[in-house]
Design a binder for this molecule. Structure first.
Ligand SMILES: [Fe+2]
Length: 171
């Protein structure tokens, strides 16, 4: 892989700049679909973080499209499959599990609030964007490496197959 850091920062598009730290990571095959969805989430988060009076309606719609199309299902796959698999190794009260679940509840609540408000406050959108971004970065930088470390290859493969089944069922 080409070293992203050697490229002058000005030549990256804003989307690439938002997601390059995710893309630069080597990700096990089992978690790749989730990482791909994280890219989409980071793009929605970037639009939210930039929301102003002129762009609030558009940023809200971009986030809700992402959430309804894949974000909500992505959270469910992590809650139902990923975290229980990790908990068998780490224990259910591992701080990373507690953090991810708490943030899912927060983000789901904020998404529901946003569904009800057609004329959103830009500051609320920016706050959601910041929270979504830091949630995704925590999973990519901390949680996923812990899972890749803790789970034997066969368990990771089983998990990857379970994600694929859940994805196919949700379509
Ligand atoms: Fe995630």
């Amino acid at each position: 892989m080409r070293n992203e850091l050697s490229r002058p920062p000005g030549r990256l598009s804003s989307n690439a700049a938002a997601t390059r730290s995710v893309g630069a990571m080597k990700r096990s095959k089992a978690l790749r679909a989730l990482s791909h969805q994280h890219h989409q989430g980071l793009f929605a988060a970037l639009q939210l973080k930039r929301a102003g009076p002129e762009t609030a309606v558009e940023a809200r719609q971009a986030f809700l499209d992402f959430y309804e199309r894949e974000g909500s299902r992505h959270f469910r796959a992590e809650e139902e499959l990923l975290l229980p698999a990790f908990a068998r190794h780490s224990g259910v009260d591992d701080p990373a599990i507690v953090r991810v679940l708490t943030e899912h509840v927060d983000l789901r609540g904020r998404a529901q609030d946003l569904e009800r408000s057609a004329d959103p406050d830009p500051a609320t959108l920016r706050e959601l964007g910041g929270r979504l971004e830091s949630h995704i970065r925590f999973e990519e930088r901390v949680l996923f490496p812990m899972i890749e470390e803790a789970l034997p290859v066969e368990e990771l493969e089983r998990l990857g197959a379970a994600f694929a089944r859940a994805e196919a069922e949700g379509e």
